[in-house]
Design a protein around this ligand. Structure first.
Ligand SMILES: Nc1ncnc2c1ncn2[C@@H]1O[C@H](COP(=O)(O)OP(=O)(O)OP(=O)(O)O)[C@@H](O)[C@H]1O
Ligand SMILES: [Mg+2]
Length: 261
């Protein structure tokens, strides 16, 4: 027996797994200092139709640090959109918990949750969900006006120019192409400078050049303002830029990898 072994024996019986202890201490500290921007624990989502139950997501736990850039990948129907909706507080899990910026979403009333999302979260829907009766500029103004910001119209116009739509400000959604609508939806999600941005296939309808400019814009937000990014994507160009990649298959996380620095 070496001196080191005997020190363990003298202290408290069997040797302790030092590395695991250190890792769990770091995780515990991160919890305490609340540096996780997003914490999802044991999420499950089950839909009922008649007497049948269909479980779409199960055992999903993930913690995302503030300022991280995460891509969620997986085949069609694997639960990516469902997961994003739960993580952003748009939908409630059948079981499990979600915290954003330290706030537990479950106890909040619908109104409080909507208010919290307006302040903290940006969301780009896979199907855009622009308001058809509003112009591009008015759609982008909505998040600012909901919180009574002045200068909403100018800020909306500036941001639309940054996504290449400076000459489409007064177009209604039906007068825009799919890719243009997607860029309006992106501008709307960015405009109030959310701490965390969720986007469902944000480059899905864009050509390579326009997609690249949108990826750069998101990278800028991430780098300069520390916006946490959680994106669902099939686009290898976008997934390759994320710092962390999570794969879903049949409603469970099958891998979670961090890119080499
Ligand atoms: N409201 C619902 N009721 C019942 N089943 C649903 C509901 N919403 C989604 N599903 C099912 O959940 C599964 C996952 O759907 P989801 O939209 O999350 O997939 P996805 O990974 O985003 O797929 P895609 O890449 O095609 O967008 C699908 O099989 C879908 O049919
Ligand atoms: Mg989807």
């Amino acid at each position: 027996m070496t001196t080191r072994d005997s020190a363990f024996v003298l202290r408290s019986g069997p040797p302790q797994p030092i590395i695991n202890d250190a890792t769990s201490t770091v995780v515990a500290l991160l919890y305490e200092t609340n540096s996780f921007m997003l914490r999802a624990t044991d999420l499950e989502k089950t839909y009922r139709s008649g007497d049948r139950a269909l479980t779409i997501l199960r055992d999903v736990s993930l913690h995302v640090s503030e300022g991280d850039f995460v891509a969620i990948l997986g085949p069609s129907g694997s639960g990516k959109t469902t997961l994003l909706g739960l993580l952003a507080g748009l939908d409630s899990p059948s079981s499990g918990t979600v915290q954003i910026a330290g706030a537990d979403l479950a106890p909040l009333s619908e109104d409080d949750r909507a208010r919290f999302r307006r302040e903290t979260v940006g969301f780009v829907f896979q199907s855009f969900q622009l308001i058809p009766s509003l112009t591009a500029r008015e759609n982008v103004q909505v998040p600012l006006e909901l919180r009574g910001d002045s200068g909403a119209s100018d800020r909306a116009a500036n941001l639309l120019a940054r996504v290449g739509l400076g000459d489409r400000l007064d177009h209604y959604p039906t007068q825009l192409s799919g890719g243009e609508q997607q860029r309006v939806a992106l501008a709307r999600a960015f405009v109030h400078e959310p701490r965390i941005l969720f986007a469902d296939e944000p480059t899905g309808n864009l050509d390579a050049v326009t997609g690249e400019s949108i990826i750069r814009l998101m990278e800028e937000l991430n780098r300069e303002r520390g916006t946490t990014l959680v994106l669902v994507t099939h686009d290898p160009a976008l997934a390759g830029r994320a710092r962390r990649t999570i794969r879903l298959s049949d409603g469970v996380i099958t891998s979670d990898t961090v890119a080499a620095a």
